[in-house]
Design a protein around this ligand. Sequence first.
Ligand SMILES: N[C@@H](CCC(=O)N[C@@H](CS)C(=O)NCC(=O)O)C(=O)O
Length: 210
Amino acid sequence: MAEYKLHCFAQSGNAYKVALYLTTTGADWDALFVDFFKGGHRSEGFTKQNEMAEVPVLEHGAETFSQSGVILDYLTETTGQYGAKTDRDRREILRWLLWDNHKLTANLATGRFMANFLPEDKRNPDVTNFLIGRAKAACHVLENRLAKRDWIVGGTPTIADFSCIGYMYYEDEIPIDFAKFPAIQAWKGRMAELPNWAHPYDMMPGHPLS
Ligand SMILES: N[C@@H](CCC(=O)N[C@@H](CS)C(=O)NCC(=O)O)C(=O)O
C-alpha cells in the first residue's frame, strides 16, 4: 500500500495542487477516485473523512487532512521539500495560499465549472462572466508578481507555486485569453520542467468524463 492516499478526480485543480506536489517530490502515493460528478464528495463515507464535503483529502498513516493549502503545508514537513527557508517566507507563502484560495482558484475553478461542467440548462452567462472577470483580475495580480521573478516566494519553487498553478493547465476550458499573461505562461513552463510533471488529466483518475 502506498504511503500517501489522495482522494481526487482528474477535473479537480485543487486536488492537482497536491497530486503534482506528491509526484514531483517522488512521494509514494496512490490516487483514490472520488466520483464527484455523481455526488461522491457528498456520500456518507466521504463526509466522514471530510465534513466540508470537498476534494482533495489526503490520508497519511493515521492522519487525514483536507484543504489543499493545509495538505501542502503538512507535506513540506514530511518531505522537507518546497517549504519556507525563513520565517518571513513562511508568512509570505501563507499570504499567497490565502489569496489563491480566496481570489484566484475560487473564481477560476467556479467560472470553469459554470462554463464547462454545469448542465447547459442550468448555466447563467451573467454569473459565469462575473466569475471569469474576478478570475482575470486575480490573474493580473499574479502576472505582476511573476513579471519580475521566477517563483511566487523566494528564489525557488514553493508550495505557493503549487497552490496557484492548480487550474492553470486547464486553460482550454477557461474563457480567458492566457496569451495576454506572458509571465504566467513562462511560469507554467518552469513548473512543467519539475521532475515527472504531467497534465492533471494524465495524473488523476476520471478523465474523460463518462
Ligand atoms: N479550499 C479548498 C477547496 C476545495 C474544493 O472546492 N474542492 C472542490 C473540487 S475541486 C469540491 O470538492 N467542491 C465541492 C462543492 O463545492 O460542493 C481546497 O483548497 O482544498
